[in-house]
Design a protein around this ligand. Structure first.
Ligand code: UD1
Ligand code: CA
Length: 453
């Protein structure tokens, strides 16, 4: 028995008042349609068929290989939208899930329940409902005297009594495929709005004396649909809470989940502690026993174990075990800190590797540089890597001592065990175990590394 999913995403999303197609508005870092497609994977086989229309090119570009797209043009309502999938799905599935791309919190298990219920239903469809005090403009579920579903009434045509109905149409359906396609063709245009409403399938089934099943869902949060930016913020908060809960259940401590902003897909190892006002975004992987925050902003970064990242900004970086950073340190793209590196306040590292045990305590810029193990970068050190046209590399060896306020004018190589005096402007390569001072810096003596200076 095969189930295919049809996802409706062609509407304009007028109420969002946006140039961006509604279904591409992000939720915890991924477009809302991405979340729906993820959930559908649990209940339907193969790629979903996505009906696109408004902003079709943008939506298709995002979906790429993850879905098969059909274009609905013009957009004449949800039944008309579902019908566009007929040519791709007809004869290829036993059951068809139809749902809306603006319901990103629905879980995979919920779609599964819908399919399982429909498999046992002698009638042609099962739909998802919820009971809520706030109707949010959803269609109302009308039941007859014996309790079976007899219609879905859209809010604007509902009578005052129908408006009082608390059971709402969530917008997820599972159909027996053979029944669905001819039924969609029979749906009449709604006279007031000139659109074809998918919700009319219920009346069609009832007319044929076929039972319509409803799965009454008890999680209101899951059924948050997004029509406005107010809903978007509600859904974002709900999704964030859900992700934080998963991390906590996996062994991550959060001092204040309400001020912890972790995007979808971020991985965090156990016994790491995430302190308040921390943002962890993109493709970020964090190991075990780390202390992150307060006030950390981390994007597309890999962090090992046992690190301390305090009030710092990390983007596109790699941080190995035991690193101690911040407050107010900044790692930019291509920064790589080896084990036990210490980076204090007001340091910036870009496109550079700092090997194990490098210390860079205060006010420094390191760009396009390779720094050997155990080297000390004095306060105020700057790699002058840009000559106005090109970036140039700096290579600093192991056990080097860069004195405070040293300007390293790249391209430049500094040998193992070398030293620079405070305020040196180094314009030429420095040999191993050599002390250079001044502006421009010149060698004044050799250093015996075994003897204390
Ligand atoms: C719809 C349901 C309503 C339900 C609510 C729950 C209908 C008629 N009404 O109302 O009963 O309570 O969802 O979320 O179905 N779309 C197209 N092509 C179109 C029109 C819409 O693809 O021509 C897509 C939209 O992109 C959207 C989805 O269908 O993803 C739902 O459309 P929307 O206008 O948001 O419907 P609602 O008014 O929310
Ligand atoms: Ca909607």
């Amino acid at each position: 028995m095969k189930t295919t999913a049809v996802l409706l995403a062609a509407g304009q999303g007028t109420r969002m008042k946006s140039d961006l197609p509604k279904v591409l508005h992000p939720l915890c870092g991924r477009p809302m349609i991405w979340h729906v497609i993820e959930s559908l994977k649990h209940a339907a086989a193969g790629k979903p068929v996505v009906v696109v229309g408004h902003g079709a090119e943008q939506v298709k570009a995002f979906l790429a290989e993850s879905a098969d797209c059909v274009v609905q043009e013009p957009q004449l309502g949800t039944a008309h939208a579902a019908l566009q999938a007929e040519s791709l799905v007809k004869g290829k599935a036993d059951y068809v899930i139809v749902t809306y791309a603006d319901m990103p919190l629905l879980r995979g298990e919920t779609f599964q329940r819908l399919v399982e219920t429909q498999r046992l239903n002698p009638g042609p469809l099962t739909l998802l409902t919820v009971i809520a005090d706030d109707p949010r403009g959803f269609g109302r579920i009308v039941r007859n005297a014996n309790g079976t579903v007899s219609a879905i009434v859209e809010e604007y045509v509902a009578t005052p009594e129908q408006r009082e109905i608390k059971e709402l149409n969530v917008g997820a359906y599972c159909f027996t495929a053979d029944w669905l396609w001819p039924a969609l063709h029979r749906i009449q245009k709604n006279p007031q709005k000139g659109e074809y409403y998918l919700t009319n399938v219920v009346e069609l089934a009832v007319k044929e004396n076929m039972p319509v099943q409803a799965v009454l869902h008890d999680d209101l949060i899951e059924t948050i649909g997004i029509n406005t930016r107010v809903h978007l913020a509600e859904a974002e908060a709900a999704m964030r809470a859900r992700l934080n809960l998963e991390h906590m259940l996996n062994g991550v401590t959060m001092t204040d989940p309400a001020s912890t902003y972790i995007e979808t897909g971020v991985m965090i190892g156990k016994d790491s502690v995430i302190m308040p006002n921390t943002y962890i975004h993109g493709e970020t992987i964090i190991g075990e026993r780390n202390a992150i925050g307060p006030n950390a902003i981390i994007r597309d970064t890999t962090i090992g174990n046992d690190c301390k990242i305090f009030a710092s900004v990390l983007e596109g970086a790699v941080v190995e075990d035991g690193v101690d950073m911040g407050p107010f340190a900044r790692l930019r793209k291509g920064a790589h800190l080896g084990k036990r590196v210490h980076m204090g306040n007001f340091g910036e590292v870009k496109d550079s590797y700092l090997a194990d045990d490098v210390k860079m305590g205060h006010f420094s810029y390191i760009g396009n540089a390779q720094i050997g193990p155990n080297t000390n970068i004095g306060a105020g050190t700057i790699t002058c890597n840009f000559d106005g046209e090109k970036k140039h590399p700096t290579e600093i060896g192991a056990d080097v001592f860069i004195g405070s306020d040293t300007m390293l004018v790249a391209p430049l190589k500094i040998g193992n065990g070398a030293k620079t005096g405070a305020g040196a402007v180094v314009t030429k390569n420095v040999a191993e175990d050599t002390l250079v001072v001044g502006m421009p810096a010149r060698a004044i003596r050799k250093i015996d590394r075994k003897k204390p200076a």
